[in-house]
Design a protein around this ligand. Structure first.
Ligand SMILES: *Cc1c(COP(=O)(O)O)cnc(C)c1O
Length: 324
């Protein structure tokens, strides 16, 4: 028996999220596509991060923490949703952003509404956030607080439990729909979501291959992170891990779809998002899902495929010129 059920978890998401066919999109591109709507997870404006936060905040509460410290960029879906989840559970949210203060649009506007304590590193480099989180946590500890610290994106073995659970949810929906998709497509950033889905696919021996489209890192780095996180998650939960012989290469990450850079809309992604909006009435965010759909359209797989609509709705309202 695995340990998924024994982990502390706070219910934050409205589950299951819908799985529905996308007939007009499918006809337009000649591939049978189904959409798994994790933009509708129901906390705030939804998104994939909510699933991992159920376990991460569950752990924070089990440890008796009184505040949450994490970080990213000012338009981060992760930062906003973790601050929101913290508020829902009575923890004070602290966010560390790289760079300097920018005008409040999109997620940053919502961070202000939540009343998250926002700190800027003053350095343009994304990795400056990691040291900033540590320094802030130290300050809070010195002031007698009990901070719970989460890395950028929440990509930890425990956070991946959210998409292990989602794999079970999807497996049930596929049975109900009499659907055996060849592939499950998603955008990969900090890689925790794909890691959970890969570990889940191995555990449940799913018919589909998980295809991650890297939107923020080189393909090799993303592949390596997915493998390592999937292995850690499997170990944490007592599930089958990576093939020790390394012969079954079951982690697939596609590169070449970042466009002008992480957080910056790409032409290919914008065209894909427009097509999905106009055929299915579904919005894809410009930073993640739009680029993953662009990759799906370019590779034109033999269907049927499931595409994870992963959220990021607030970034539809972020000023385009600002870094996300
Ligand atoms: C964070 C995020 C992703 C990627 O998830 P990771 O676990 O960071 O790889 C995809 N889509 C949206 C909208 C996100 O916010």
């Amino acid at each position: 028996m695995n340990r998924l059920l024994g982990l502390p978890r706070v219910p934050l998401a409205t589950l299951p999220t819908p799985l529905h066919p996308a007939p007009r999109l499918s006809e337009a591109i000649g591939v049978e596509v189904w959409l798994k709507r994790d933009d509708l997870t129901g906390l705030g404006l939804g998104g994939n991060k909510v699933r991992g936060l159920e376990y991460l905040i569950g752990d924070a509460l089990a440890q008796g923490c009184d505040c949450l410290v994490t970080g990213a960029g000012p338009q981060s879906n992760w930062a906003m949703l973790s601050a929101l989840a913290a508020r829902r559970c009575g923890l004070d949210p602290h966010l560390v952003f790289y760079g300097s203060p920018v005008s409040p649009t999109g997620n940053l506007l919502l961070d202000e509404l939540i009343g998250a304590e926002v700190h800027y590193t003053g350095e343009p480099d994304r990795t400056s956030v990691d040291a900033g989180i540590e320094a802030l946590a130290e300050k809070l500890r010195a002031a007698g607080r009990r901070p719970y610290i989460l890395p950028r994106g929440g990509a930890t073995a425990l956070g991946s439990a959210g998409y292990l659970r989602a794999s079970l949810e999807l497996a049930g929906q596929l049975v109900d729909a009499c659907l055996a998709p060849a592939q499950l497509w998603l955008a990969s950033g900090s890689c925790g979501t794909q890691a959970g889905l890969v570990a889940g696919a191995r555990w449940l021996r799913t018919p589909y291959e998980v295809i991650g489209v890297s939107v923020s890192r080189p393909e090799e780095e993303c592949t390596h992170r997915v493998r390592a996180l999937a292995e850690d998650a499997a170990e944490l939960l007592g599930l089958p891990g990576n093939d020790p012989t390394g012969t079954a290469e079951d982690v697939t990450v596609l590169g070449g779809h970042i466009g002008p850079g992480y957080g910056k809309p790409s032409e290919e992604g914008a065209a894909a998002a427009e097509l999905v909006a106009r055929t299915e009435g579904v919005f894809l965010d410009p930073v993640f899902a739009a680029k993953a759909m662009g990759a799906l359209l370019r590779s034109a797989p033999a269907g049927p495929v499931v595409f994870l609509v992963s959220g990021g709705t607030p970034t539809l309202f972020a000023a385009r010129k600002e870094s996300m």
